[in-house]
Structures are given as C-alpha cells and as structure tokens.
Design a protein around this ligand. Sequence first.
Ligand code: GRF
Length: 201
Amino acid sequence: LPIVVLISGGGTNLQSIIDAAAAGALPVEIRAVISNRADAFGLERARRGGIHTEVLDHREAPDRETYDRLLVELIDRFDPGLVVLAGFMRILTPELVAHYSGRMLNIHPSLLPAFRGLHTHRRALEAEVREHGASVHFVTPELDSGPVIVQARVPVLPGDDAEALAARVLAQEHRIYPLAIRWFAEGRLRLNGGRVWLDGA
Ligand code: GRF
C-alpha cells in the first residue's frame, strides 16, 4: 500500500512506521514524508530511511485554503492509498479532509472523545483521571472527532508530570499506529456510515 506521511516535529510515530515497514511487519511503501516545517527532525529520520521528503511551509501560503490546495496537489503527486498524519500540527480545511475521506488517519494522544485538542497530558493530570492513552482515528472535518479505530490505555501514576505521562503514551502510540495502518493495508478497515468495521483476519 503506497502511503504519504505528514509531520511537523520529532517524528517518533513516523519512525515506528519506518521501522515496522523495514522489518516486513507493515505492507506499505512510504512514497514521501511531507512537513510544514523545514526544521522537523522527522525529515532527518526520513532521509536516514532513504525516503523522499518534501517541505511545504505554511508561511508561504497567503491563507489556509491556498495552503491546503497546494498540499493536496503535493500529496496527490505520490498517489497514496492512505495519508497518515503523524504529529502534523495543522488544522485541515474541510475540502482537504473530504478529498481524503476514508483514507486519512490521525493519532491523538488521549482516549478520545476525552481531551480533544492540545496539551492533552497536562489536561489529563489536571482532571486527575486515572487512565489516559492514545487513539488512532479516521480524519473527519471536526478536529479529533473522527471514528476511532484503536485505542491504547496507560495508567496515570502518582508523581506523574506531563513529560512522564507523555512518554508512557508515546510508547503506546508506536504500538497502535503501525497496527491500524496494517489493518488498513490489509483491506480490513472500512468506514461505514461513520462506524469503523474491522473485518476478520
Ligand atoms: C505525539 O504526542 C503524537 O500523539 C502527536 O504528536 C506528538 C509527537 O509525535 N500526534 P511524533 O513524535 O512527532 O510522532
């Protein structure tokens, strides 16, 4: 399955996908890694993995609609069967989301629908929840609200600060994202009327 991965930062989720593919555990061809920031370390991870990289700096576009139109043109140059958002810190326009409906995934560091948006670990600590985690979901126009495919839970431990909790969640992200992408690549994942169906092995 040809995929394109979109990043903005460190790219540890990208790395877990690169590693799973290299180990033969994920039947995908990463055709390009696209970042909106030239300084994203994830670009270095892609280069080390021999993967084509592109930077589309959002500051070069006059507005969000223009940026997303340019981004769609860039993504479609690689003709992906799946677009993977991995720490891509941009709000997407409904037009772009509609263009990739049913074939764009995102990972969010919370047990959705809890803690949509940013700073999820600090907010989880402030809310004194005993469990936290990560969610992989299909991308829909409403932020962090698409149908959830798979979630991982972690305990919130006494003495946790945001960094400790984030690290515990991130380790689980690296487990569930390759899993969800593999299910999609195997043609087992389907979006039916807003519901996620996972067909048998
Ligand atoms: C992670 O918390 C992930 O959930 C979110 O961005 C953060 C950094 O991810 N999407 P990465 O290390 O850049 O993959």
